[in-house]
Design a binder for this molecule. Structure first.
Ligand code: AMP
Ligand code: MG
Length: 490
């Protein structure tokens, strides 16, 4: 039985649950399944502060009970959300199979956040799953989502990880864990797809109105709300995927159920960061055809947005043909908007101001040289910023030397190299969560040594700044190491 924690004032919880008011066919009211022996592994004190929460007035036993769901804060209202999704292109009815939103918290400045437990036990949407999660993947989500936040990329955040004191069975028995995830909401493209096919025809309009009220109230009075919503979500997703491309992030499972309407990066499963620049990079062991490879991410974003557009058709115009025409026009504008945003981003990576006809060629030429030399994506831009050319074989390549002269010429349009550098520093992280480093700290954490995990997190808080230990995290994995693969059995 879950117990109730009544002293919520001690912590600062301010629950105001709205999603649970939607039709019962959109969700299931269900509580987390209590766990044996919860124990805090990590807590995010910075994020607690931002949310206006304070856990220092309660014991660590109480914290562990709270973050496992054994103890539920008064006024919380637990739900598992229903949604659908195109997984690798195939439509499936899904839902929170191992997650429960315990409520919506209003922070001091009245921003609304879902508080969600991931790994909290079976729900009616669990299908064949056990509803649970293992410690390694939950710590991995914690570190990568916090790294994304440090990189300035919209993302769900991680507030805490607890061990459950129970094992989960994957290929072997692993320690079970629950992650507390904080999100602007968990409304996905797949939530609209679910509402569209659900029997209750009112679901779609209700979800639509709810989404606008919650995320985009500025379009509430518009006469073309559905068109506006589609355009806003497209703009947000373009900005998001351009940010991913900027830092070499590969999401790995860009199914429509893993695309949030808020524009936050969500669902860290087989994601990973690219080392050597190769547009075809794929890490996920199940992505056999590279559907979600690095360079396919913009195209898949467009594909997913087309699924959102389909879901919104009846709200765009009563006349279906007219609605299709309008939706197609919007989706077809994706390419140009993406290109413009990508170019702007790449120009920042090279510190270029203004527009020159040859900018796109200059960028693509560098990428090609990087590809041919298997140059590290992150470090190439760091070396350009440092003018540190001894360390890398690419910098002796004649093609690169020619390119460099052209870049220098183009940069002269700026006042000084200092000015170029200032721009570059905003776009080029010195540190990303490199796969071998992530594995290293997770390995230590599995042996109860959380020191390396916290050291890494500290560096990842400020990835654009040189810190004393930054250098320890900048080296790519040694060439010849086994190809890094991520797995979905999380
Ligand atoms: P994901 O690949 O994490 O986006 O998950 C896809 C779907 O599978 C979602 O509906 C999840 O809730 C569900 N799922 C993933 N792992 C489990 C699990 N261990 N038990 C139950 N459902 C799960
Ligand atoms: Mg998912």
């Amino acid at each position: 039985m879950n117990k109730t924690f009544s002293q919520i004032d001690k912590i600062g919880w301010c629950f105001d649950n709205t999603y649970s008011q939607l039709s019962s066919s959109m969700l299931t009211k269900i509580k987390p399944i209590p766990v044996k022996k919860p124990e805090i592994v990590v807590m995010n004190h910075n994020l607690s502060k931002d949310l206006g929460l304070n856990f220092s007035n309660i014991t660590s036993t109480e914290s562990a009970s709270l973050f496992s769901g054994n103890l539920l804060p008064q006024k919380s209202e637990c739900i598992a959300q229903a949604y659908a999704g195109h997984q690798f292109g195939h439509f499936t009815i899904l839902g929170d199979g191992r997650a429960i939103v315990i409520g919506e918290h209003l922070s001091k400045n009245k921003n609304r956040f879902d508080i969600q437990f991931k790994g909290s036990g079976k729900t009616p949407y669990s299908r064949n799953g056990d509803g649970r999660a293992a410690l390694g993947p939950m710590l991995r989500e914690y570190i990568i989502s916090e790294a994304m936040h440090g990189l300035g990329i919209p993302t769900t955040r991680s507030l805490a990880v607890v061990k459950t004191g129970e094992n989960v069975i994957r290929e072997t028995a692993l320690p079970g864990a629950i992650l507390t995830r904080i999100a602007k909401s968990h409304i996905r493209v797949g939530t609209f797809q679910y509402a569209l096919v659900s029997e209750d025809k009112k679901n779609l309009k209700n979800l639509f109105d709810y989404t606008i009220e919650r995320h985009y109230p500025n379009i509430k009075r518009s006469k073309t709300k559905a068109i506006d919503l589609l355009k806003i979500v497209m703009e947000k997703q373009i900005k998001l995927v351009v940010d991913w491309m900027r830092v070499g992030f590969i999401h790995g499972v860009m199914n429509t159920d893993n695309m949030a309407i808020s524009g936050e990066t969500i669902d860290y499963g087989p994601c990973a960061f690219m080392d050597a620049y190769d547009p075809e990079t794929v890490f996920s062991s199940i992505d056999l055809h590279g559907r979600y490879a690095y360079f396919n991410q913009p195209g898949i974003t467009k594909w997913n947005l087309a699924r959102l557009a389909e879901s919104l058709l009846s709200l765009i115009d009563e006349n279906q043909n007219k609605a299709i025409k309008i939706a197609e026009e919007i989706i077809n504008s994706f390419g140009n908007i993406y290109k413009k945003n990508w170019l702007e981003m790449m120009k920042k990576k090279l510190g270029l101001i203004g527009d020159e006809d040859n900018d796109e060629n200059l960028i693509n030429d560098l990428l090609l040289i990087m590809y041919k030399n298997k140059a590290d994506y992150t470090n190439t831009f760091c070396l350009l910023m440092n003018k540190d050319f001894q360390k890398n074989k690419m910098f002796n390549d004649k093609k690169f030397i020619d390119w460099y002269r052209k870049w220098e010429d183009r940069s002269k349009k700026n006042n000084s190299f200092e000015e170029t550098l200032k721009i570059m520093r905003t776009a080029n992280p010195l540190v990303i969560p490199r796969n071998h480093k992530v594995e290293e700290v997770l390995e230590a954490a599995s042996k109860n040594d959380l020191g390396p995990f916290h050291d890494f997190l500290k560096i990842l808080e400020k990835p654009y700044e040189k810190q004393t230990k930054t250098n320890n995290y900048q080296h790519p994995a040694v060439v010849g190491e086994k190809k890094y693969q991520t797995f979905c059995g999380t």
